[in-house]
Design a protein around this ligand. Structure first.
Ligand SMILES: Cc1cc2nc3c(=O)[nH]c(=O)nc-3n(C[C@H](O)[C@H](O)[C@H](O)COP(=O)(O)OP(=O)(O)OC[C@H]3O[C@@H](n4cnc5c(N)ncnc54)[C@H](O)[C@@H]3O)c2cc1C
Length: 442
């Protein structure tokens, strides 16, 4: 029971009364919306959750998947993200179900016999105490579930529209030299990917579009943004497994370097599974994704070579993938060309992996994407409700571009440090200093 301005209210305070467009929200995707978000990953879902709190703003979020993400992808949740979850009321609940990363252990080749690994260092995760919350390891799917729950309980009763693939868009805005097209200048073409209407195309007109459609973003391509960065990708064999092993730090996050390669070991929430990123190295530009044919058996064999003299007897593989990614950054985060920045209102935005990609080693992908979505969500809501000028929207690209550049610079530095052999460090203290908790761009 809680006291509100209209008296005592009994019931779950997380379920807010429906209001505004949430009173008769159509089950089917309407022809016109205020905001169309493409992609129900972390960047899209946090923006959707925020916008769901604005009763007079019609927001829809589409994804080509047939339903919720169930398994896989990212799992490192930085303390800054947990602080952000507080705004949505689920920080304590996700903390309770996650693995708490309080320290990290480094393994290296034994100087007496370099074919064997030995424990080199154990470092606290957050020696400076930057947050009241721990650094968590919990699957991306659970983070998305919490945002979805918040959005569904918000006044607009927002739920994702699964089974729609973005194909293209056109902006017919007078400001952009096109024919004025009323209040909804962005026309988006979608294709149904599931259900009885699979294959059918339809258009949706929006005031604003947010492309949170991942590393191969088609929204990014549609607005002519350019991704610059590494020519080649780096690949990891990633596996969430149940295994019998005599490796003593299996329930602690570890960076393991041996003569046979390297592993990033991540214990999973729930107490049984753990994840291993087995480094598959740089992928030649002309590989044509051949690396993705690496089998789970090959990844397990490689892991056993790296862990020698310890062994890994995998009994169950819950999820595995070959994760291939390079350091890349977009030239801008909206549809206003750099030379025209500030001269007109952006109509289309991109966020998350659509803007920046980097290694998985520092566990930043989901975290920075969440902050992108956060930055854009409240701005769109306030502009659409008339509480802020449209010029506020131009600050999104300007603010997030800098953060993304910091992220790429940081991740390159961190990846280089993690790949260094012990003898390559200038001094033992270099390793200790650099091994402590990554500074999170947010
Ligand atoms: C297979 C895979 C494995 C990964 N593994 C790791 C990992 O091990 N560690 C790590 O740190 N990071 C990993 N990542 C990256 C991490 O998940 C991202 O950094 C993070 O999810 C970025 O969030 P996002 O919202 O920008 O994009 P995503 O989470 O990629 O979400 C994009 C969403 O857009 C949807 N979408 C894409 N194209 C379209 C379209 N045309 N129309 C409609 N919907 C579309 C997708 O279905 C998806 O739901 C992985 C990513 C993938 C794809």
């Amino acid at each position: 029971m809680q006291f509100h301005h209209h008296g005592y209210v009994s019931g779950d305070p997380r379920v807010l009364p429906a209001a505004g467009v949430g009173l008769d929200r159509p089950a089917e995707l309407p022809d016109e919306v205020d905001v169309l978000i493409v992609g129900a990953g972390p960047a899209g879902m946090i923006a959707a959750a925020q916008l769901a709190m604005f009763p007079n703003v019609t927001t829809r979020i589409v994804d080509r998947r047939p339903g919720r993400l169930e398994i896989g992808q990212a799992d490192g949740v930085q303390a800054r993200s947990v602080e952000t979850f507080q705004a949505f009321g689920f920080a304590e609940r996700i903390v309770a179900e996650a693995y708490w990363q309080t320290e990290m252990v480094f393994w290296k080749p034994d100087p007496a016999d370099p074919s064997r690994i030995v424990r080199a260092k154990r470092t606290p995760d957050d020696p400076a105490g930057v947050s009241e919350f721990p650094h968590l390891l919990v699957n991306q799917a659970r983070v998305l579930d919490y945002f979805a729950e918040f959005a569904a309980n918000a006044p607009t009763r927002l739920t994702p529209d699964f089974g729609y693939e973005f194909e293209g868009l056109e902006v017919t805005d007078a400001e952009q030299g096109g024919e004025p097209d009323g209040d909804h200048p962005v026309t988006v073409t979608l294709r149904r990917t599931a259900g009885e209407h699979e294959g059918e195309r339809r258009t949706v007109r929006a005031k604003y579009v947010m492309g949170a459609d991942g590393a191969r973003s088609r929204v990014r391509a549609a607005i002519g943004c350019h991704m610059a960065g590494d020519q080649a990708n780096h690949a990891w064999g990633v596996m969430d497994v149940l295994a019998v092993t005599d490796f003593p730090d299996i329930r602690t996050k570890c960076s393991i370097q041996s003569e046979a390669g390297s592993i990033l070991l991540i214990p999973r929430e729930g107490g049984y599974l753990f994840r291993m990123y087995v480094d598959l190295g740089e992928v030649p530009v002309d590989d044509h994704h051949h690396v993705r044919q690496t089998t789970i058996e090959q990844v397990i064999a490689r892991a056993n070579e790296i862990l020698h003299p310890y062994t890994l007897d995998v009994r169950h593989v819950a999820w595995h993938s070959v994760y291939e990614v390079g350091h890349r950054l977009t030239d801008r985060f909206d549809d206003v060309p750099t030379e025209a920045a500030g001269s007109r209102t952006p109509r289309v935005f991109i966020a998350g992996d659509a803007c920046h990609t980097h290694s998985a080693k520092a566990g930043q992908g989901m975290n920075v994407s969440i902050q992108d979505g956060w930055n854009l969500g409240w701005k769109l809501g306030h502009v659409l409700e008339g509480r802020a000028p449209e010029s506020l929207l131009a600050t999104y690209s300007a603010e997030r571009q800098v953060v993304a550049q910091n992220l790429i610079d940081f991740d390159k530095q961190w990846s280089t440090m993690m790949a260094k052999k012990p003898e390559e460090f200038a001094s033992p203290s270099e390793r200790v200093v650099q091994s402590s908790s990554p500074v999170v761009p947010s």
